[in-house]
Design a protein around this ligand. Structure first.
Ligand code: ZN
Length: 578
């Protein structure tokens, strides 16, 4: 069960700490880690860190043979705060539901799901399944409305003065009151995403009749715009009035199930109730008065529990999410990422960075470089030349304690697949032919061998690459341009075409396209830059531009070796004027 120090990465270190702490708190019991997600709208890709951080730690603990529960608390009994922008199937009439529980708001039109919360949970659950994340989902609506927290609610009401005193230490400090998923907003869409994820500036329960940590949803309008006006501890009678519809009633908390503890009391209550040992939260909650810090005081002095080990995770950004393709108003979700990348790659991004390091998830050209890096790591792991920390991150990306994630049988380079998908524009027979040419001794029997990676690359091309950057291979040679070429240019094309057949691979063609200008200048094709005059660089640039113009009618495009492979030798010869 011990880990050698050489393979220790951040995940292993947290696993050590969490196992030790769990054994101390509840010897012999399953280890409990937790995440919280608010399905108040599309769940932002940035919030995936809330799940991946405990997932990776839980998975390491499982690999060591311990039993682990990874709870995902669906905060679906939170109030509906605002109508998010860019969600299809809704209109301004959804505003009338503001203040109701997320599970009491209708789902967007056309949704197969029974309510707002279920609609957005569902997409996240699908993404987590593809990512291999094993979890126990807990609906807070189900918990509260079935009276699961009855004792905890009555206890909190009995000790409301103590809770009030704790909260009061922070009230003057103008502390952030947002929930833990708040992401640092970078633009308007991000801001909406953060708010949509539950960064509620919620009131903490203070009212004119005193402090009450419990808020009922109104019996008239089902909104939380209620004020508790009286409470009797002995008989648990609670009276509230609604500022929205004027409804008022007196209920007995010993049997009433339509309300919830305020967030700053709710969160620590659940730490104690579930025995959570590890639960991370966003960096914006490291400040004094944050719900994590206040919760730490409340869980101990009110609920007799302990604060979990709670690392603060840094912001995860997105690079180049094309606005045009955003199906959800500029807010990418984990599902959007999984349309363009395999789950292994996404897992790897989280596994290789410590939670306090921020990073970006690439929706732009950078995804191709990232995939190159990933393929290199796979090769290094396969021939045992990878570094221990890289091996650890790789292992966490490709498998869980339950086994290997489904993978692409023949993982051809993503940029090659993307170029082929770009050039063939949905013609699968053509794509199969081109990909088979890459290795004629071992041709592809079917595109299934390169799936799902091919499908992800194709989706990336179709949804993230703007029309003006798409590659359209010429159907006919550019006769005018060919006619205008001088002898040297003609000679360069001849050298290239002569070398095509004997260099028909990515490496071979790379060597060939860089080698032609060297040979023309009287150097061997494998001469290194140090052996060459600087003019070679500009000769190479002009040669490449000429090839792009003749092949795709622009001065740039996909990498030339990839483009040549994708176009095919016969068509290359036709377009270069053979
Ligand atoms: Zn009401």
């Amino acid at each position: 069960m011990g880990q050698s120090t050489e393979t220790t990465d951040w995940v292993s270190r947290y696993a050590d700490e969490v196992i030790e702490e769990s054994e101390r708190r509840t010897p012999g019991k399953p280890v409990v880690v937790a995440s919280g997600l608010s399905p108040s709208g599309p769940i932002h890709l940035g919030n995936l860190r809330e799940v991946m951080t405990p997932h990776l730690v839980a998975d390491e603990i499982r690999r060591r043979g311990y039993e682990v529960r990874h709870l995902i608390s669906w905060d679906d009994y939170d109030r509906y705060r605002k109508v998010p922008n860019g969600v299809p199937g809704i209109d301004e009439s959804w505003a009338e539901h503001i203040g109701r529980p997320l599970t009491s708001v209708p789902a967007p039109k056309g949704s197969p799901h029974p309510n707002w919360a279920e609609h957005f949970k569902s997409a996240m659950i699908d993404a987590l399944a593809e990512l291999g994340v094993e979890f126990d989902g807990i609906s807070q609506t189900e918990q509260y409305t079935s009276g699961v927290y009855r004792e905890q609610i009555l206890h909190a009401m009995r000790h409301r003065a103590d809770i009030d005193a704790i909260l009061d230490q922070y009230r003057t400090k103008k502390a952030p009151t947002g929930k833990k998923q708040g992401q640092k907003p970078v633009d308007e869409a991000e801001l909406e995403a953060a708010e949509g994820s539950g960064a509620a500036a919620e009131d903490d329960g203070t009212g004119s009749a005193g402090y009450f940590p419990y808020k009922p949803y109104c019996g008239g309008c089902n909104k939380d715009l209620t004020t508790v006006t009286a409470y009797d501890d002995d008989i648990t009678e609670l009276t509230y009035t609604c500022t929205e519809c004027g409804f008022s009633e007196t209920v007995r908390l010993s049997e009433f199930n339509r309300g919830k503890l305020v967030w700053k009391v709710d969160w620590p209550m659940r730490w104690a109730y579930e025995g959570v040992v590890f639960e991370p939260s966003g960096v914006d909650h490291s400040s004094p008065g944050s719900s994590f810090q206040v919760g730490g005081q409340i869980v101990g002095s009110i609920f007799g529990g302990k604060q979990p080990i709670g690392p603060m995770y840094a912001f995860v950004g997105i690079s180049g999410m094309a606005k045009m393709s955003s199906s959800r108003g500029g807010v990418p979700t984990p599902g959007d990422a999984l349309k363009i990348m395999e789950p292994q790659l996404l897992r790897w991004l989280y596994a290789r960075r410590r939670p306090n390091q921020s990073f970006k998830i690439a929706f732009d050209q950078e995804i191709q470089r990232l995939y190159d890096e990933w393929d290199k790591l796979n090769a290094k792991v396969a021939d045992s030349t990878a570094l221990p920390a890289d091996i650890a991150a790789h292992s966490r990306a490709v498998r869980t304690a339950a086994g290997e994630l489904p993978k692409t049988p023949r993982p051809m380079p993503y940029r090659t697949l993307a170029s082929v998908a770009d050039i063939t524009a949905g013609h699968e027979d053509q794509a199969l032919r081109i990909l088979s040419d890459l290795d004629p001794t071992n041709p592809l029997a079917s595109l299934d061998e390169v799936r799902p990676r091919y499908d992800k690359a194709e989706a990336w091309i179709n949804t993230q690459v703007p029309a003006e950057q798409r590659t359209v291979v010429r159907h006919e040679p550019d006769v005018e341009l060919l006619k205008s070429l001088d002898d040297q240019a003609r000679e360069s094309l001849r050298l290239l075409m002569d070398g095509l057949d004997s260099n028909w691979s990515l490496d071979g063609l790379t060597h060939l396209v860089y080698g032609v200008p060297k040979v023309q200048a009287g150097f061997p094709p494998d001469a290194t830059p140090k052996e060459l005059p600087p003019e070679i660089k500009s000769a190479q640039r002009s040669f490449f531009a000429l090839l792009y113009h003749l092949l795709v009618g622009r001065d740039t495009g996909p990498r030339l070796p990839t483009l040549l492979l994708a176009v095919g030798a016969d068509r290359v010869r036709k377009l270069l004027g053979a």
